[in-house]
Design a protein around this ligand. Sequence first.
Ligand code: PGA
Length: 241
Amino acid sequence: MKIVAAENKYDMSRQAAAVIIERVRTKPSTTLGLATGSTPEGTYRELIENHRLEGTSYSDVSTVNLDEYVGLGSDDPNSFRHFMDVKLFQHLDISRNQIHIPDGTALDLESECQRYDIIIDKLGGIDVQLLGIGENGHIGFNEPGTSFQSRTHIVGLTESTRKANARFFESFEDVPRYALTMGIESIFRSRQILLLASGPAKAAAIERLVHGEVSEAFPASVLNMHGNVTLIADKEALALV
Ligand code: PGA
C-alpha cells in the first residue's frame, strides 16, 4: 500500500481529486466507485470546481456507489442517493442512467443485491474506487466479521456505526438499522483503490490498517493484499503510524 501524507484535509481532498481527474481525462469512459460520508466531500468539491473551470467531462463516466440505507429513497435527505445528487452529480455533466446506487427501497432486497453485482460486472468492473474507513475498520458498510468473499449484501449496522452516523439524523433512533453494501470482494476487484482518512478519530484505525494483521475482524485490512491501493491521509489520521 502506498501511503501519501497530506498536510491537512483540504490537501487530502485535492490529491484524491487529482488522481480521479487524471483518470477521467485519460479514459473518458471510466467507471468510478464512489463513497459517502464526511471524508470524500472535499474531493467532490474539487471535482466540481475542476469541471466548472477546466471542463473535465463526465458524460461518458459511469459511477457505482458503495452503499445505501434500507428504507430511504432518493427524496429522503439522509439517503446516500440524495447526498450524492446534492454533493456531486447535479453539478457535473454525468447522465442519470450512468449513476448507480443500491436501491434501499427495493421490495426484494436480495434481488436488488444481485442486480447491483450484475451492473458492476456489466460495466467491466471498477476502475478507481474511492473509500473512507470506519473507526472500526469498516469499508462501505462491511462491518467487522464480514467475509472477504462477500459481494453486495444486506447488513445490520453495528451500534457504533449507527452512533457515528447519528449526527445526520434527528435522533439516534432514526438511524436505519440495515443497509445494502457492496461486498468486500466487489470492492477488492477494483483496479485501483484510493483510501482517504482525515482527523484524529481515524488515527487508531489507520495504525491498525498499516501495522495490524490481515483479518476479517478488521475489514480494511484486506487492502494490504491488493496491488494498487493508495492511502491518502492527513497528519492527524497518520499520527499513530
Ligand atoms: P466518514 O465515514 O467519511 O463520515 O468518516 C467513513 C466511513 O465510515 O466509511
